[in-house]
Design a protein around this ligand. Structure first.
Ligand SMILES: *Cc1c(COP(=O)(O)O)cnc(C)c1O
Length: 384
């Protein structure tokens, strides 16, 4: 990398708004750990933002997914449907519970799990009397809602719960269909969010579990706090975790949540500019955007029209040369050693192809117009 260029990050936090004020309040009140008012304030404001009755804060997005599976009492005999093209944290909690992931290939329209594959397999199992999956984990990748209507329909028919991994998609909304006007994370039995440093909302590290079910919300809080019963005698009624969010993290999270309308507008404006450049680009396609969705564009991910990995890698190298951090997306999970023997609904070749040919361009909410145009200049070089 040439050091004469200013580095442009892929997705970095923007610690604006009330972050400093709220952190000062933590210091002034001495509430920096698990006691203090910010966790509850953040939970209430978050539930209102996403449109669920309850939100339970926890330590990470991975912890949120783990707790979601515990809420379903998943056992080692259970299967969970999960996309193969996702970040590893979507699947690892399934392994924590020694349950069986069943990997679903991608659909090209949204890069998310292929609803047709889910529907076909569940109907096949119904006909042949085979055991149903314990849950379908719907992941909303890169800020684009998954095509969830057909999945909800088949899951309702057979009483299969849906867990949404909305870690990458806070604020993404359905604009048509059964869930028109609803945000990701408010549709399944349980929704999971991440506030890791590169996510649209960060609190250093953190997660959230959303649900409309009061019993589940209570148990989620219980599991994240070592399943400790009320009273001074340290009695616990099941195996829980120390998955608490600290008051300091929640203070940052609440301040960031207040900025979400602005953050979403910025992400969408950056995406619109990239879209305009890539519309007729001979090498790259614009980021996915289904007509029924209002994506958050957490990451702006383009795909090589042809040439696959070599084309993608050439563009990544051109960007790296001038200090621009762009990145491939994840390798499909069925290609990792610990999941190589797991069941798949198909060979996963669409996920492999998308993974090999896609790259994410810088889209921090604080990305300046000047920096954005520097990225675009490199991408435009492909035109000549
Ligand atoms: C970031 C992420 C997670 C996990 O979140 P952490 O807070 O890093 O534990 C889970 N699933 C997906 C799809 C993610 O991108």
């Amino acid at each position: 990398m040439n050091s004469t260029f200013k580095r442009i990050a892929l997705s970095e936090p923007s610690l604006v708004g009330n972050v400093r004020n709220y952190l000062e309040e933590c210091v002034a009140t001495n509430f920096v750990s698990s006691v203090g008012p910010f966790v509850e304030r953040f939970e209430r404001a978050f539930a209102e933002f996403v449109g669920t009755r309850y939100a339970v804060a926890c330590a990470t997005g991975t912890a949120a997914i783990h707790v979601a599976l515990r809420l379903l009492d998943v056992t080692p005999e259970d299967e969970i449907f999960v996309p193969t093209l996702t970040f590893i944290a979507s699947a690892n909690p399934i392994a924590y519970e020694r349950a069986q992931p069943v990997f679903v290939d991608s659909e090209r329209q949204t890069l998310n799990l292929d609803p047709a594959a889910v529907v076909t397999e569940i109907e096949r199992r119904a006909r042949s009397g085979e055991k149903m999956p314990r849950a379908v984990e719907v992941v909303h990748l890169l800020g684009h809602p998954a095509n969830i209507d057909p999945i909800v329909e088949v899951c309702e028919r057979y009483g299969i719960p849906i867990v949404e991994d909305a870690a990458e998609a806070l604020g993404a909304t359905y604009t048509a269909g059964r869930f028109e006007g609803k945000q990701v994370g408010s549709i399944g039995l349980v929704g999971c969010f991440s506030f890791n440093g590169n996510k649209i909302l960060t609190c250093g590290g953190g997660g959230m579990i959303t649900t409309n079910d009061e019993k589940l919300a209570r148990r989620a809080k219980h599991l994240t706090t070592q399943a400790r019963l009320p009273g001074a005698e340290y009695r616990h009624d099941e195996v829980g975790y120390n998955y608490r969010m600290t008051n300091v993290a929640a203070a940052i999270g609440l301040a960031q949540l207040e900025c979400m309308p602005d953050f979403l507008a910025r992400k969408r404006a950056i995406a619109a500019r990239y879209d305009a450049v890539l519309q007729d680009h001979p090498v790259l396609t614009p980021a996915v955007h289904a007509p029924w969705a209002h994506p958050s564009f957490w990451l702006y991910t383009a795909t090589a029209r042809s040439g696959g990995r070599s084309t993608r890698d050439r563009i990544l190298a051109n960007l790296a040369e001038v200090g621009v951090e762009a990145r491939p997306i994840w390798s499909p999970l069925h290609t990792m050693p610990m999941y190589a023997k797991a069941k798949r609904l198909s060979d996963g070749s669409i996920a492999e192809e998308l993974a090999a040919s896609s790259l994410s361009l810088p889209c921090s909410v604080g990305l300046s117009d000047e920096d954005r145009e520097r990225v675009i200049a490199v991408v435009k070089k492909e035109l000549t």
